[in-house]
Design a protein around this ligand. Structure first.
Ligand code: ADP
Length: 192
């Protein structure tokens, strides 16, 4: 398997690029935000627990997301590889992910970080709110909270993988096609 983490702040384009990478390479997508939103839509116990955290721009507890990810990994032993999107978001999640993968004799091959300035993130979230129906995109206070959670808790995930020499940063500004081309080039280089 070839397993990657697509990393970046909220609004950096992970979802958009993930869709294309999946179509091109056949990764199994593990997007914890999407998994949580489908739990909410299904009105499950887990969804009910997660919703209040998400609406406030806070992280859902590690144990909840790690359990969800474990299920998807276990259910997809024949995937080309996993593309993690929005996970891991804390150092504890990164350590747990490494353990989960190890259990399946797998590992993270590469983390690609999308670099986008903060002003641009806010503009993108505002735009996305118009069509996504995501309550966490529309409110400026919640946007700020999500960016501060990213800085205070999630950036540590990049440092964690950096120590193993697994992080590549690419410019997340430009056209969707340009960014997709840069991502594909890195994946091709590292999976060859
Ligand atoms: P974005 O990347 O645009 O912030 P996501 O859809 O990835 O959006 O996540 C939306 C919300 O879901 C987060 O603000 C958080 O509350 C919750 N969430 C998603 N992934 C995780 C995770 N790995 N750990 C904890 N909470 C998460």
């Amino acid at each position: 398997m070839f397993n990657i983490i697509l990393f970046g702040p909220p609004g950096s384009g992970k979802g958009t690029q993930s869709e294309r990478l999946i179509a091109k390479y056949g990764f199994k997508h593990i997007a914890t935000g999407d998994l949580l939103r489908s739990e909410i839509a299904g009105k499950t116990e887990l969804g009910l627990q997660a919703k209040s955290y998400m609406d406030q721009g806070q992280l859902v507890p590690d144990a909840v997301v790690i359990g969800m990810v474990d299920n998807v990994i276990t259910d997809n032993p024949d995937a080309y590889g996993f593309l993690f999107d929005g996970f891991p978001r804390t150092k504890a999640q990164a350590e747990a992910l490494d353990q989960l993968l190890l259990k399946h004799e797998e590992k993270i091959n590469l983390m690609i970080a999308l670099d986008v300035p903060e002003e641009e993130l806010i503009i993108r979230m505002m735009n996305r709110a118009k069509t996504s129906g995501r309550t966490d995109d529309a409110d400026p206070e919640v946007q700020k909270k999500r960016i501060s959670v990213y800085k205070n808790e999630t950036l540590a995930v990049a440092s964690y993988y950096h120590q193993f020499g697994k992080v590549i940063t690419i410019n997340g500004q430009g056209s969707i096609d340009e960014i997709f081309a840069a991502l594909s080039e890195e994946i091709d280089d590292h999976s060859a």
